[in-house]
Design a binder for this molecule. Structure first.
Ligand SMILES: [Zn+2]
Length: 239
């Protein structure tokens, strides 16, 4: 690559200021790009909670249905008991009487098991109702947290965009004062290297890419009269 020596050292002071603004612009851009990821975990939490709530609601419906079915079954069986009991009054033979009584006894035994089962179901439905209410409340809390976070991210995005715009305005104004060729090179490197185009050399290597600098370049840097271009990464170097 062609060694490029920038002739005007007064450009260095301008570029140092511009580089500070560019670093800030890119840092803010990086933060802005990371913002949507902050919403992901809050969104996942809402989705997970919605699933838990819907599962609970589904369970509740199933058990309410079971309870209803058992209650209807009991009602039918109780009607049968009453029907057999009224038939008792009309039977003519002891044998018929005995078999009806046995039937009634067996029905009543079934019914008391059924009643126990219904009580269990009622208890379980109550537990599920309470749990569903809790899961719903938790869902509302998580949805609210997501909305809050979304508002925060929107607000941060707005203020970061405004900050970038204002820095870019300052920069674009200032860079007009820089030699056009240097400015064009600086801009190209700043874009390619995401924000860092001008670096201060403290040893014998380019601090950005660690390339060993040739003695002539080191001499030019020492003279502090010129800006030197790294032959490897094209960054603008000064000492
Ligand atoms: Zn370099």
């Amino acid at each position: 690559m062609l060694k490029f020596i920038l002739p005007m050292v007064q450009d260095l002071d301008l570029l140092k200021q511009i580089q500070e603004w560019d670093k800030e612009i890119y840092a803010i851009q990086d933060m802005m790009e990371a913002l949507p990821a902050q919403l992901e975990s809050a969104r996942d939490e809402v989705e997970g909670q919605r699933e838990r709530f819907e599962k609970c609601q589904e369970d509740l419906k199933n058990f309410q249905l079971k309870q209803k079915e058992k209650e209807m079954e009991l009602q039918t069986k109780e009607e049968n008991v009453r029907k057999y009991e009224s038939q008792l009054l009309q039977v003519k033979t002891n044998k018929e009487y005995g078999s009806l009584q046995a039937e009634i006894k067996s029905l009543k035994a079934d019914n008391s098991i059924l009643e126990e089962r219904i009580i269990e179901l009622i208890d379980h439905v109550e537990i599920l109702e309470r749990k569903t209410r809790e899961e719903k409340k938790e869902l509302e809390i998580k949805e609210e947290a997501l909305e809050q976070k979304t508002r925060e991210v929107e607000e941060q995005t707005r203020s970061m965009s405004a900050k970038i715009e204002s820095l870019a305005r300052q920069k674009n104004e200032k860079i007009k004062e820089v030699n056009q060729e240097i400015a064009a090179l600086y801009e190209q490197v700043v874009r390619n290297k995401r924000g860092v185009a001008l670096v201060q050399v403290q040893g014998e290597t380019c601090p950005a890419c660690q390339m060993q600098l040739r003695p002539q370049m080191l001499n030019e840097l020492k003279l502090k009269e010129k800006i030197v271009i790294c032959e490897n990464c094209s960054r603008l170097l000064y000492e």
